[in-house]
Design a protein around this ligand. Structure first.
Ligand code: SF4
Length: 194
């Protein structure tokens, strides 16, 4: 069986949709066999593409504040995996970044997930990750009904600047959802399988 290290190397060499990536290929993700929390996200933005570090931007600051994860823990690949739906920066589309490249998830996602048997909780960050795991549905309805998806999944909005406006209109997210999210994240990182 292929090791996770050699699979990661294979992903890093991927050129499958290079012709559609205006800034070139640079897969940005983190993974390990021992990770217990999976952050299933959308696609790197321009800052993340430049640094090669997942969520090294304002969205990441927000996501760390939501989850209560320190930067040290967030970037500890032995505990936290980060797999966007598209691993490379897709460039700009109309009204923001383009959608994650659709070639990416079918190529790599299930192979990487098969190498991470310890995942306890998956944060579904944004509409693309939610659609992939749960099928069609409305993001806000899912975030409101987050308890229905536990203990496997926790649906969240994408922590982009737009979510700040959404949070101001939906104070229940801050007051009710985030405290439960922080507890679920802590429990997933603590828990061990028998
Ligand atoms: S987005 Fe995914 S499929 Fe496309 S080149 Fe990057 S790693 Fe490969």
């Amino acid at each position: 069986m292929q090791s996770i290290e050699s699979l990661v190397e294979e992903v890093r060499r991927c050129q499958a949709c290079a012709a559609h990536l205006p800034h070139g290929t640079r897969p940005v993700f983190q993974s390990s066999r021992s990770a217990r929390l999976l952050i299933a996200s959308q696609a790197p933005g321009s800052k993340v593409h430049a640094s090669g570090i997942p969520f090294a931007d304002r969205s990441g600051d927000r996501l760390r504040a939501w989850t209560g994860l320190t930067a040290d823990l967030f970037y500890d690949a032995q505990k936290v995996a980060i797999l966007p739906m598209g691993f490379c920066y897709p460039g700009r589309g109309t009204g923001g970044d383009a959608a994650p490249r659709r070639e990416c998830a079918p190529l790599w996602r299930s192979r990487l997930l098969a190498q991470m048997p310890e995942i306890r909780l998956t944060l579904l960050v944004g509409a693309y990750a939610q659609a992939a795991a749960l099928g069609p549905g409305k993001l806000e309805d899912r975030v409101r009904a987050y308890r229905d998806y536990l203990p496997e999944y926790f649906p969240l909005p994408h922590p982009s600047w737009r979510s700040q406006l959404w949070i101001e209109r939906n104070p229940w997210f801050d007051a009710e959802v985030l405290p439960v999210l922080r507890k679920a994240v802590k429990a997933a990182l603590r828990e061990r399988r028998e």
